[in-house]
Write a protein that binds this ligand. Structure first.
Ligand code: ZN
Length: 109
């Protein structure tokens, strides 16, 4: 368990461990912009990967790799996998926007 502090500009992520008392968003050591806190389940893509565009659009829409659930026909809730492509991400955002964080801390400076 724990959180990752991620810079969406430098494509870097830093593990913050489990010190929930001191959990806060900090500035990127590389570019100085504010980093976003993402769930520990987040797996950072490779540095040059197009995957970062998907991460960015998800975070901007309030999806910080928290668990998202889908209700199936049997009435049970199932955890949904996060999307991989930009097209899937757009569908994901419109399907699950009710579960997104209302206020994202991510802002362009
Ligand atoms: Zn940075």
């Amino acid at each position: 368990m724990g959180y990752k502090s991620v810079c969406l500009d430098c494509h870097k992520s830093y593990s913050l461990g489990t010190d929930f008392e001191n959990m806060r968003e900090s500035a990127c050591p590389q570019c100085g912009k504010r980093m976003v806190l993402l769930n520990h389940k987040f797996r950072p893509p490779k540095l040059e990967s197009k995957q970062w565009e998907v991460v960015k659009i998800l975070v901007e829409n309030g999806f910080k790799y928290q668990r998202i659930f889908s209700k199936h026909d049997d009435g049970k809730l199932y955890a949904v996998d996060y999307p991989v492509t930009l097209k899937e991400a757009k569908e994901f955002i419109s399907l699950y926007k009710s579960q997104a964080f209302k206020e994202t801390n991510y802002r362009q400076p």
